[in-house]
Design a binder for this molecule. Structure first.
Ligand SMILES: Cc1cc2nc3c(=O)[nH]c(=O)nc-3n(C[C@H](O)[C@H](O)[C@H](O)COP(=O)(O)OP(=O)(O)OC[C@H]3O[C@@H](n4cnc5c(N)ncnc54)[C@H](O)[C@@H]3O)c2cc1C
Length: 222
């Protein structure tokens, strides 16, 4: 999932929490791994998320911080079991599946049981590395509208600001997979919002044929 999508989901959850009255109007930025602040090609995950209204502070990763964190967590879990709750507590929601799956079983350092064992060897059958993607779309810039990461915007992702007077003259909206340039279609990885998989790219290619036919056959041409 892209950082911007995660940010949108966080905003949506925060909105629901505020509406439910569970939290006050202002939600303070929480700590995140320092890796999200690393800048590559002038961009960082933290900056992308900040653009969508989700801010983070850098997590404390100084020596001993893991143990301090574990101690705080234990104190807060204990506090949350008291009624009435007088100290800050922590609640893990049932849908925090990743947290529930990982945190309780973190391997402990046998010499120091309050710390995790960073030398632990885990038996695995595969390792997946998600390296991200950079679209080779510079040549389209200024011709077809791109999103803030350079992926090509099509049909429903296009806003009014992307559709110039040419579209008004045509009197129609973009067809499925059509870019902001009438008659130019985009499918597969380079398309903004596409599922970055082979089957999805092939499927989009074949589905877009319908739009190309419509464009050619029904006087949609620019
Ligand atoms: C390491 C890795 C592992 C993956 N593993 C899987 C997997 O296991 N299963 C899965 O479903 N998907 C996997 N994917 C994703 C999958 O490869 C893509 O979703 C799929 O290839 C997208 O197809 P596409 O035709 O849209 O783009 P691409 O396959 O990227 O094809 C685009 C082509 O356009 C060419 N090109 C770019 N710019 C220009 C230009 N200016 N002029 C001419 N040609 C140009 C490129 O050289 C390339 O050949 C993986 C991707 C990577 C990087």
């Amino acid at each position: 999932m892209l950082a911007v999508d995660i940010a949108k989901n966080i905003r949506e959850k925060e909105k629901r929490l505020r509406e439910s009255g569970l939290v006050s109007q202002s939600i303070d930025p929480g700590p995140a791994d320092s890796a999200i602040f690393e800048v590559a090609n002038g961009m960082s995950i933290a900056a992308d998320m900040a653009k969508h209204g989700v801010k983070w502070v850098t997590a404390d990763k100084s020596p001993g911080s893991r143990k301090t964190g574990a101690e705080k967590l234990r104190a807060r879990l204990t506090a949350s079991q008291q009624f009435p709750m007088e100290e800050p507590g922590i609640f893990i929601f049932e849908d925090c599946r990743q947290w529930i799956r990982c945190v309780p079983v973190l391997p402990r350092d046998p010499q120091d049981t309050d710390d995790v064992d960073s030398r632990e060897r885990l038996a695995t059958t595969a390792l997946f590395s998600f390296i991200g993607a950079e679209p080779a779309s510079e040549w389209l810039s200024g011709f077809a509208a791109l999103d803030d990461r350079g992926f090509v915007l099509t049909d429903r992702s296009l806003g009014r600001e992307h559709l110039n007077g040419r579209w008004e003259a045509l009197g129609r909206s973009p067809l499925p997979f059509e870019t902001s340039y009438p008659g130019l279609f985009a499918v597969g990885d380079v398309r903004s919002g596409s599922t970055k998989r082979v089957a999805a790219a092939v499927g989009e290619g074949s589905a877009s044929v319908r739009s190309v036919h419509d464009y050619l056959a029904f006087g949609y041409r620019a």
